[in-house]
Design a binder for this molecule. Structure first.
Ligand SMILES: NC(=O)c1ccc[n+]([C@@H]2O[C@H](COP(=O)([O-])OP(=O)(O)OC[C@H]3O[C@@H](n4cnc5c(N)ncnc54)[C@H](O)[C@@H]3O)[C@@H](O)[C@H]2O)c1
Ligand SMILES: O=C(O)C(=O)C[C@]1(C(=O)O)C=C[C@@H](O)C=C1
Length: 364
């Protein structure tokens, strides 16, 4: 019989909660949850995110096969120092989920800990246990960075453990990781936050903010993320961020020139090249290029039709991310677009809509 693996999850927010839910899809995992906020631990148990609550971290880790830190990255460094005093099993492995890797892996090396740096490239601007979802990591990259004190066998075993997350596991060095994430995740966050500050500085009244529609909202969504998490990321990846900022200032200088020259062809080609390059980026279901799973439903235009569809999905416990109508003309069919977080949810929605209504569905 397969031995159950005991996992102590430290930090039960968006990532710790989601990882616990995902790993517990595999019945061979038993998750003991710990958070510095006792209410969060109770909520995690009540929502069945964890199997058991940890009252004392130092005691719970004695039983652990894996201790996973899903805490802000500077807190993770403090916890690694504490971990040197823990009584761990000989075979126990420590892992983290932090957005930066270089300083954390370096510290684990210095402390001689059996550590694997981990970073699921999926997330959200939401934080906390109530935002946790089992399918958060599906199809997303899960980056691993080995430390000096783990064996290939331990690395492979952890990759296997991640199976139920349905993430794509890749291994890179901690330095490469921080360089790449600075470009596609950390620096964009600085830009999003700075655009929000620029709006504040440029708008004299509420009307400008009212006009902030799709474009502004899309480009600044991530500015709503947890400031403590981003404070720590910025501090740990400062050097790479300074490089990116330098490049950004040169790019803005180029943009300034283009505007001053006002040559329509140059302006068009600047945007065309950006469009072509953006359109050619690989699309993942999660991560830096977050895309949802949309389902189009032709519905007749009568009152209550939307609640009929959403009620049906609720009855089958299928969560929806977003809902919108893209076309409504009187006496004609409207098109209801419902976004789901996974392909699985969308397929279940198609099945129940077809079984219980006469509405046509299609995927664009
Ligand atoms: N949010 C994202 O999109 C995302 C994606 C990938 C990785 N990450 C990384 O994952 C980690 C967790 O991020 P999150 O989004 O889940 O944050 P979160 O704010 O949702 O959760 C963090 C949790 O850690 C707890 N915590 C803080 N200090 C603690 C301590 N000393 N001991 C125990 N618990 C403590 C908090 O109470 C909170 O419940 C961070 O390192 C972050 O960089 C975040
Ligand atoms: O989608 C979002 O809200 C995110 O910010 C997720 C995102 C990212 O930049 O892609 C943010 C930080 C994490 O380390 C990993 C993922």
């Amino acid at each position: 019989m397969l031995m159950k693996k005991t996992i102590v999850m430290v930090g039960l927010g968006l990532i710790g909660g989601s990882l616990s839910l995902a790993l517990r899809r595999d019945t061979a995992c038993f998750v003991i949850g710990y958070d510095r906020d006792a209410n969060t631990v109770r909520t995690a148990r009540r929502l069945d995110v964890i199997d058991e609550m940890a009252y004392s971290l130092a005691k719970s880790v004695k039983e652990a096969d894996y201790v996973i830190f899903a805490t802000p990255v500077n807190t993770t460094k403090e916890l690694l120092v504490q971990a040197t005093k823990w009584e761990l099993k000989d075979s126990a492995v420590l892992v983290d989920t932090g957005s930066t890797k270089k300083e954390i892996v370096q510290l684990a090396n210095e402390l001689g800990l059996p550590f694997i740096g981990g970073h699921p490239m999926a997330g959200s601007h939401k934080s906390g246990i109530t935002a946790a979802r089992a399918h958060l990591f599906e199809n997303a990259y899960f980056v691993l960075c080995a430390s000096h004190h783990v064996t290939d066998q331990q690395l492979n075993a952890f990759q296997e453990l991640l199976g139920p997350t349905k993430a794509k596991v890749i291994e890179v060095s901690a330095e490469e990781h921080d360089q790449m994430t600075a470009v596609v995740s950390h620096f964009p966050h600085l830009i999003a936050a700075s655009l929000v500050h620029q709006l504040e500085a440029s708008s004299s009244g509420d009307l400008t903010k009212q006009l902030a529609a799709g474009g502004f909202r899309d480009t600044t969504r991530i500015a709503s993320s947890n400031p403590i998490m981003w404070r720590d990321i910025t501090l740990q990846n400062k050097d790479q961020l300074l490089n990116q900022l330098q490049l950004w200032m040169s790019e803005m200088e180029r943009m300034h020139q283009i505007l001053v020259e006002s040559n329509p062809e140059t302006i068009e080609s600047y945007f065309r090249l950006a469009k072509d390059q953006r359109d050619a980026l690989p699309i993942h279901s999660q991560g830096a290029l977050y895309s949802t799973f949309d389902l189009y439903i032709d519905v007749p235009d009568y009152p209550g039709v939307i609640s009929e569809v959403t009620g049906l999905l609720a009855k089958h416990a299928i969560s929806i991310l977003n809902i919108r109508i893209i076309e409504t003309r009187e006496d004609l069919y409207g098109v209801l677009v419902i976004s789901f977080q996974s392909d699985d949810d969308r397929n279940r929605a198609i099945d129940c809509i077809h079984a219980e209504t006469i509405f046509e569905t299609y995927i664009a």
